[in-house]
Design a protein. Sequence first.
Length: 248
Amino acid sequence: MNFALFMLAALLLTGGIWLLDALWLGKSRTAGDKEPILVEYAKSFFPVILAVFLFRSFLVEPFKIPSGSMMPTLLVGDYILVNKYTYGLRVPVLNNTFVEIGRPQRGEVMVFRYPKDPSLDYIKRIVGLPGDRIEYRNKQIFLNGEPVAQRDEGYYNYVAPGLNQVSMRKLGETLGTHQHNILVDDSNPPLDGEITVPDGQYFVMGDNRDNSNDSRFWGFVPENNIVGKAFMIWWNFENLGRIGTSVK
């Protein structure tokens, strides 16, 4: 369900009832008459819905991480906050930018509408900006012909679905000014390729490089699909120590 569309519909419905009562229905009531229950509810809910709608549309929106594609940066069950204005103010529902504030940068973690099904929200790391030439070779990114710096961080162990113990190689990586960790599975064959990012689009990858459905498989993220920049973990029921952790 498109929550923004649902909120807009609720806003228009409650606001319309309130306005209709103020301009017409209310004038036909005599002094002392009780407001219809529908009007009473509309007046009560409209300010709340408006506040939530504006807050989620232009400031901050919460999301839940549903998969392990961004491990070790983000874990299944993390609840994150996404900055909605970092990349510019957008028209709710339509998502067109009407105030330019900033542009996506390499290395940032971005939430966007999945290009093949815009009803789904995806989260990945920005690897390539418009015009960049991206090559992925032997599990390493080459950006405009230059290898992206990597450093060995040992191994990362976790329990996968089905209670399977998994051990993957952890590497430090630097994209732009952002330093973060990624996971690679040496038992998986490398998925090599080279591509140039078109204007107005972005190339994204998951930090769990061998377990991520990203731009290597379905292409680029158009400008109008961008939702915002992930910046903080605000809750995790299974690991309270992650609360308040910034998304690097």
